[in-house]
Write a protein that binds this ligand. Structure first.
Ligand code: NJP
Length: 231
């Protein structure tokens, strides 16, 4: 089994990486911050996983293409791709800069498109695979100051829901996870260490469940909220 996880340098991606490392399989992890990524790699190796850590900006096509080639050459056919990397900025519309718009669109939509584009052909050739997107509960609702973030997460949800229909014939599963509020470094620490929020490992547990079901079963969607979150 070969698992690829984007955004594994911290937060939800790192929690998924550490939980799936317990399967002692091959895992490739991607993010831009090399130091944090190598720290994740060290922790995963201590658990027993075989890990390839690649610094990669998923908004850059050449970087993603090279990373995919490198991972497939090193580890073989990809089994599971987890599109987790994402950014969120929360402001009223007129206060957003164009750079913030571009960055959110590029990471949340283009980045998960590029990773999927470059891993999908190998999965199709093998006639097996599983693509998972960490979207958001705001893929299905909106909130004050969330106009652009919600737009990216609605789009990500639509992209992967449509993909599910395309790749079913190739025995490839597509699952979308919709987390509520999670204690991570998302939006510069705003959310960290708030007891009413989910732990990143709560999302990792859901991913572990999604990949554990029998071959003929697909979990299309899973929504997870902290009990006390109002939405
Ligand atoms: O965020 P954070 P989360 N190229 O900031 C990476 C969704 N979500 O774990 O590049 C490659 O701790 C970044 O690495 P680095 C959310 O939308 C969250 O909370 O080194 N990687 C880091 O590893 C997102 O899709 C909440 O900076 C890039 C990771 O992404 C996912 O959960 C609620 C990158 C972000 O880690 C993980 O977010 C919800 C790039 N260009 C959905 N840019 C929540 N936290 O409450 C960033 O509904 N990364």
């Amino acid at each position: 089994m070969l698992i690829i996880i984007s955004g594994a340098s911290r937060g939800i991606g790192k929690a998924i990486a550490l939980r799936l490392a317990q399967k002692k399989c091959k895992i490739a992890i991607l993010a831009r911050n090399e130091e944090e990524l190598l720290q994740t790699q060290t922790e995963m190796q201590a658990i027993g996983a075989e890990v390839l850590a690649l610094a990669c900006d998923i908004t850059q096509e050449e970087a993603v293409k090279n990373a995919a080639q490198n991972i497939i050459t090193t580890f073989g056919t990809p089994t599971i791709l987890i599109n987790n990397a994402g950014v969120g900025k929360f402001r009223t519309m007129a206060d957003f800069s164009v750079e913030e718009f571009d960055n959110m669109m590029n990471v949340n939509i283009k980045g998960s498109f590029l990773l999927t584009k470059y891993f999908l052909p190998a999965m199709q050739q093998a006639q097996q695979g599983h693509i998972i997107a960490i979207a958001s509960d705001v893929s299905k609702r909106t909130f004050f100051s969330g106009s652009l973030y919600c737009a990216t997460k609605y789009a990500q949800d639509a992209m992967f829901s449509a993909l599910r229909k395309e790749v079913r014939k190739d025995n490839i599963k597509v699952s979308v996870v919709y987390p509520g509020m999670v204690n991570t470094y998302f939006e510069s620490n705003t959310f960290v260490n708030r007891p009413e929020r989910l732990d990143a490992d709560d999302i990792a547990q859901a991913v572990e469940y999604i990949i554990s079901v029998p071959k003929n079963v697909v979990i299309d969607e899973i929504t997870i909220h902290p009990l006390q979150q109002e939405y």
